[in-house]
Design a protein around this ligand. Structure first.
Ligand SMILES: Cc1ncc(C[n+]2csc(CCOP(=O)(O)OP(=O)(O)O)c2C)c(N)n1
Ligand SMILES: CC(=O)[C@@H](O)[C@H](O)COP(=O)(O)O
Ligand SMILES: [Mg+2]
Length: 637
């Protein structure tokens, strides 16, 4: 049992305005209280721990100095916002984080006026803050705009598009670069090395400020030191920082765990800034909680845990995760074919490609948080004769859509998209649901779109994609564990565009696309018990469709029901189009489609999300009965 921490100063703070009466010494104590409360809350909810712990002092300092919610504080990604939630009127609900009806794990406009802009996907904060600044200067009611962005998120193109625009517009805007030398994995890339060079060996806050003569921007206590540093640096070839070249004043680097320094710098910045300013803050991910600091991912995301030991509760499972099976399948293909390479956008562990990297360190590319680049880079690899597997979560692939169309599909390049986290994902909620990939991919000419019904099917789809050199292909699979079927040592390529009949029956055919097949089979059992034995088909392909199989099923059944874990416009729409073009509806076929509902489903357990989405066995059964016109009391259709 994890005891609640004793937090005397935090108990006096219900909202940021309560902090204005606190002395700097009390603010330091407040930071300690907030850290303890964050650890305690996440120990009972699980969630994103390390990033929040790293910004405790920064959160306190920003709220102490600025006037939120009039000043707009925008957290990039939002996974570090738990301390912010604790300080902004949500402490009483902090132990409901990421649960149904509880607080979101990210910032969310509908949740609080202190969350002026929602997030969960990275690198949007500077654009949004600049928008607030521009609106303010056009007469809006807002005050300052402050974006807090991590070093990992700073590597994305969007952040630089915003910096480019901000440097041009010259509006007063604060970008706080929270540099902890971590993304989820250690960050990669030239920008990361550049940031390291900016502070390595230099005394905090003095180096660049002194070198660029920005002494006056520093608070009084630091000006003398900075002047001395400036003298020391005379004659050294120190160029402007990248940020200065882009039109920002640069202040830093600053020790992000030294509250006195943070307060002094933010107070001065607030008093003096006239245009865009970048404040470079150095922090430690997981700061102040030893198990997080020691973890490989610095406690990025955790299950529930024991505060004393840091030991996490793990649910037992008899089956490997889809992610792991994908990695296994890909390694098997790469062992046979040295042209197989893998691409990840800063998610080596999440996509399972860390396992591939262990086996083939030279054949994996972590491109940073840069999904657009990952897609076009993969297109280049394919054009150069390689067999790239671009592994991206469904939700993050949304960001690379034009690249999928323009760089991959129009050129018919054989990029293989491994689409993880397809469908509902649970605690991360709507921002991370993989709802749209079937719809946005299956409408593209020439692409092959597959969904695995179980983990063995996933192995076959990896092999199918590896063998398919004629154009782009994609296969989708969900978050979580497989169903426990036997796994082949390597997959066998499937015939493109051919589904399989899983069970033969009559009256109704259920066409399933993806892992809802398990629920479909449960529904089929229940229907059989009522004397209606359905035919169950695993479609495997949304593109190209197995026309013969579908038309045959339509011909020999009274009703046809499609089931997929994706939004309308996907598999069901292609089947409906086929049936209507072939005149099947004219002959009286009863057709129903089960897709994700036209709403964004907030965080909940996966089971509840399926219930809300109408995608569990009971609702599939009800849908079939309704299609057949069999009335059942108490069932939703
Ligand atoms: C567009 C997008 N791609 C990938 C992710 C997954 N993701 C969430 S946090 C994170 C790391 C962010 O690193 P950084 O900005 O440095 O923040 P830190 O966790 O280090 O505080 C990644 C890759 C995401 N949220 N959005
Ligand atoms: C904040 C973020 O985008 C990631 O940390 C995400 O929450 C990871 O999700 P998984 O746990 O499904 O890998
Ligand atoms: Mg970071």
């Amino acid at each position: 049992m994890n005891d609640r921490p004793v937090t005397p100063i935090l108990d006096r703070v219900r909202q940021p305005s309560d902090m204005k009466a606190l002395s700097d010494r009390e603010l330091r104590q407040l930071a300690d209280d907030v850290r303890a409360e964050t650890i305690s809350a996440v120990s009972v909810t699980g969630g994103h721990l390390g990033a929040g712990l790293g910004v405790v002092e920064l959160t306190v300092a920003i709220h102490a100095v600025f006037d939120t919610p009039r000043d707009k504080l925008i957290w990039d990604v939002g996974h570090q916002c738990y301390p912010h939630k604790i300080l902004t009127g949500r402490r009483d609900r902090i132990r409901t984080l990421r649960t149904e009806g509880g607080l979101s794990g990210f910032t969310k406009r509908s949740e609080s006026p202190y969350d002026p802009f929602g997030a969960a996907h990275s690198s949007t904060s500077i654009s949004a803050a600049l928008g607030f600044a521009a609106a303010r200067d056009l007469g809006g009611d807002a005050g300052d705009a402050i974006a807090v962005i991590g070093d990992g998120s700073m590597s994305a193109g969007m952040a630089f598009e915003a910096m480019n625009n901000a440097g041009h517009l010259k509006k007063r805007l604060f970008v706080i670069l929270n540099d902890n030398e971590m993304s989820i994995a250690p960050p990669v890339g030239a920008l990361s090395s550049y940031l390291t060079r900016l502070y390595t060996g230099a005394p905090f806050q003095e180096f660049k400020a002194a070198a660029k003569g920005a002494v006056s921007l520093l608070p009084e206590p630091f000006q003398e030191g900075a002047r001395r540093a400036k003298e020391m640096l005379k004659g050294m070839a120190v160029g402007g920082t990248l940020f200065e070249e882009l039109g920002f004043s640069y202040v830093g680097p600053i020790d992000g765990h030294d509250l006195d320094q943070l307060l002094a710098v933010l107070r001065t910045a607030k008093a003096r800034a006239t245009g865009p300013m970048l404040i470079h803050v150095i922090t430690k991910k997981g700061k102040g909680y030893a198990p997080a600091e020691a973890a490989r991912d610095k406690g990025h995301a955790t299950g529930k845990f024991d505060v004393l030991t840091g030991v996490q509760a793990k649910a037992a499972s008899n089956a490997p995760s889809y992610t792991k099976v994908f990695a296994q399948g890909l390694i098997a293909e790469a062992e046979r074919d040295d042209k197989v390479v893998a691409v990840t956008a800063a998610m080596p562990d999440g996509t399972g490609l860390n396992l591939f990297a262990d086996r083939f360190p030279k054949r994996i590319f972590d491109v940073g948080i840069a999904e657009q680049h990952a897609v076009t880079f993969s297109a280049g690899l394919a054009a150069g004769g390689m067999k790239p597997f671009c592994a991206i979560y469904s939700t993050f692939l949304q960001r690379g859509y034009d690249q999928v169309v323009h760089d991959v599909c129009i050129q018919r390049l054989p990029v293989r998209f491994a689409i993880d986290r397809a469908g509902l994902v649970g605690a991360d909620g709507a921002t991370h649901a993989g709802s749209f990939d079937i719809a946005f991919l299956a409408n593209l000419p020439g692409i092959v779109v597959m969904a695995a019904a179980d983990e063995a099917e996933l192995m076959h789809m990896v092999a199918t994609a590896a063998a398919h050199d004629e154009g782009p292909s994609a296969f989708r699979y969900p978050r979580g564990d497989g169903v426990g079927v036997d796994l082949p040592s390597r997959g066998v390529p499937l015939e493109i565009g051919k589904g399989r009949i899983v069970a033969e029956g009559g009256r109704v055919a259920i066409l399933s696309f993806g892992t809802r097949l398990t629920e479909v089979l449960r529904a089929a059992e229940a229907l059989a018990a009522k004397g209606i034995k359905p035919t169950v088909i695993d479609a495997r392909f949304a593109k190209p469709l197995d026309r013969d199989l579908i038309l045959n099923a339509a011909r020999h059944h009274e009703a046809l029901v499609t089931v997929e874990e994706g939004a309308v416009g996907g598999f069901c729409s292609h089947v409906a189009q086929l049936l209507s073009e072939e005149g099947v509806f004219d002959r009286g076929l009863k057709f129903r489609s089960m897709v994700l509902p036209d709403i964004f489903i907030d965080q909940a357990s996966p089971e509840r999300m399926y219930e809300i989405a109408g995608m569990d066995a009971a609702q599939i059964e009800a849908k079939v009965l309704a299609a057949l016109g069999v009335a059942v009391v108490g069932k939703r259709a």
